[in-house]
Design a protein around this ligand. Structure first.
Ligand SMILES: Cc1cc2nc3c(=O)[nH]c(=O)nc-3n(C[C@H](O)[C@H](O)[C@H](O)COP(=O)(O)OP(=O)(O)OC[C@H]3O[C@@H](n4cnc5c(N)ncnc54)[C@H](O)[C@@H]3O)c2cc1C
Length: 256
């Protein structure tokens, strides 16, 4: 799960045009709360012993995202933090996540959100599956475990399909998968005692030259302030010419 800058705050950039993830308020990406919820439901739906591990890659504050998942009910947390990771692209992020998952041990399901609310590329789950050599079923609106398989419902524009994957697998879930629970007071207190481990790149056997801005395949070259909103143009239909004026306006903006 990803710790992201609060979308209601003004995004800020560092001098190298990377997103300021340290000096701004952040939170567990809302879309990742759905993945936590589904992980907890999978655990609650079986008598087997299941451990839900919340994993994030990010700067110091990103541990807050893991803490939130622990408060919701996850059993343990892992936070990969290393200065060299700053400015990484999705490719490097997926490398670090994959190595961390391998270090955590054998997993049955890697659950991700559908996209992070800051980057929103929706590629990390697929990259993770490739790196881990696991099947993937992305963008599920409903997941159901059937013994060693996971049935994942995917809602398209014109059809709904159910894809069945054999575990271990990587799955991502959408915001249609079911409301995420709020941490209860009991959950908040219990989370304080749950283990939260921090890994560095060295712990994962990842070379610092494999991550970071210098090896990113994409980089932001320039950022500019969004211009302030200007007053809109009001078309008044007093003499029946309103429709024409509206069409002319839309045509001038190349909307039609
Ligand atoms: C410390 C750090 C600093 C970065 N700084 C910048 C920057 O300044 N500018 C910039 O353009 N890019 C930066 N990145 C890279 C950018 O955040 C990545 O592209 C990224 O993490 C993938 O996000 P996405 O929106 O593309 O993922 P998506 O593919 O949209 O995300 C899908 C799902 O993958 C999972 N996921 C994605 N990222 C993480 C993560 N880090 N930890 C755990 N789960 C995750 C989540 O469940 C998420 O819902 C940084 C990355 C890190 C880790």
């Amino acid at each position: 799960m990803k710790h992201v800058p609060d979308a209601t705050a003004d995004p800020r950039f560092e001098s190298d045009n990377t997103v300021d993830r340290v000096g701004v308020d952040g939170l567990l990406s809302e879309l990742d709360e759905y993945a936590v919820e589904q992980a907890l439901q999978l655990k609650e739906g079986t008598d087997e012993e299941v451990t839900v591990t919340a994993l994030t890659v990010g700067p110091e504050k990103a541990a807050d995202a893991v803490r939130k998942a622990l408060q919701m009910g996850a059993d343990q947390g892992v936070h990969v933090q290393d200065e060299a990771i700053a400015g990484s692209d999705a490719i490097a992020t997926s490398l670090v996540l994959a190595k961390a998952i391998e270090k955590i041990g054998s997993v049955d399901v890697v659950l991700c959100g559908m996209a992070s609310t800051d980057g929103a590329m929706s590629v990390v789950p697929a990259m993770l599956a490739e790196r881990l050599g696991l099947p993937q079923v992305t963008l599920g609106s409903r997941i159901e475990r059937k013994e060693s398989q996971l049935a994942v419902q995917r809602d398209g524009d014109t059809a709904t399909e159910v894809v069945i994957g054999t575990m271990p697998l990587v799955a991502s879930v959408t915001d249609q998968s079911g409301e995420a629970r709020y941490p209860s007071f009991k959950g908040i207190m219990a989370a304080k005692k749950k283990p939260l481990e921090t890994y560095s790149l060295g712990d994962l056997g990842v070379d610092s030259g494999e991550v970071g801005l210098s090896v990113a395949w994409s980089a932001v070259e320039e950022t500019t302030e969004r211009p302030p909103r200007t007053a809109g143009e009001i078309v008044k239909d007093e003499d029946g010419s309103g429709a024409t004026a509206l069409v002319e306006f839309l045509a001038s903006k190349k909307f039609i």
